[in-house]
Design a protein around this ligand. Structure first.
Ligand code: HEC
Length: 131
């Protein structure tokens, strides 16, 4: 009977592979690391903010359940966008300025100022740039 002797080493290999898989799966993506570095925000705080400030009602946002608004553009792939709101180059500072007061940059835009704070806008920027 050789098979039972292989059971223990086999189980160890399976456990190691599973642990390695969990470790790998939990590593932040490179995009997420870059997004945190350039914004100084915490993406983990963003989903609640995106709901609280009504962003989710106007935009579809990947990673935020129920965020399926169709008023503004989908916010997927924002880091690849060239302009924010079609008016200013897509930089971290311009994104945060847009999130705080879009009409200061584009007076006729339908997006309102929501009252989001600078620190919260940073968290949202970190989240959006990591998608
Ligand atoms: C009343 C609806 C409405 C709400 C609420 C709203 N937006 Fe917008 N948003 C828009 C519209 C419309 C645009 C397109 C604006 C334009 O191009 O002039 C836009 C544009 C944007 C853009 C620029 C996208 C691009 O591709 O240029 C970002 C980023 C954005 N919104 C994020 C947010 C976030 C984050 C919130 C919550 C703090 C939010 N929006 C709240 C309607 C809204």
């Amino acid at each position: 009977m050789r098979w039972p002797r292989l059971m223990l080493p086999g189980a160890v290999v399976v456990a190691l592979l599973a642990a390695g898989g969990v470790w790998w799966w939990q590593q932040p993506s490179e995009a997420a690391l870059v997004a945190v570095a350039i914004t100084g925000g915490d993406p983990a705080r963003a989903p609640a903010l995106l709901r609280h400030y009504g962003c989710a009602g106007c935009h579809s946002i990947p990673g935020v359940p129920g965020a399926d608004g169709q008023v503004g553009a989908p916010l997927a792939g924002l880091r690849a966008r060239v302009f924010i709101g079609g008016v200013v180059p897509n930089t971290t500072d311009n994104l945060i300025a847009w999130l705080r007061d879009p009409r200061a940059l584009s007076p006729r835009t339908a997006m309102p100022a929501t009252g989001i704070t600078e620190a919260e806008a940073r968290d949202v920027a970190a989240f959006l740039y990591s998608r």
